[in-house]
Design a protein around this ligand. Structure first.
Ligand SMILES: [Zn+2]
Length: 75
């Protein structure tokens, strides 16, 4: 279950809550003042780590440019 960080819009208290991803944007009560007017902070360590290297294309040689060299035999 991911850990989310929230900041209360009323008293500016920040707090962390373990909750399911599906409830990440649901209102949650501030532990300091009890209000549910909190904002989720984008402070997850892994929030932006995925997606790397997904755009690297498959290898192609200079002679065929086809994405794979099964046809030209250069690989
Ligand atoms: Zn508060």
């Amino acid at each position: 279950m991911p850990l989310y960080e929230y900041q209360c819009a009323v008293c500016q208290q920040t707090f962390e809550v373990l909750r399911p991803f599906s409830q990440a944007d649901e209102p949650i009560a501030c532990p300091a003042c009890g209000k549910t007017d909190s904002r989720r902070q984008l402070s997850l360590v892994n929030a932006f780590s995925s997606g790397k290297n997904l755009t690297s294309s498959s290898s192609s040689c200079a002679s065929c440019h086809s994405g794979n060299c099964g046809s030209c035999g250069a690989a």
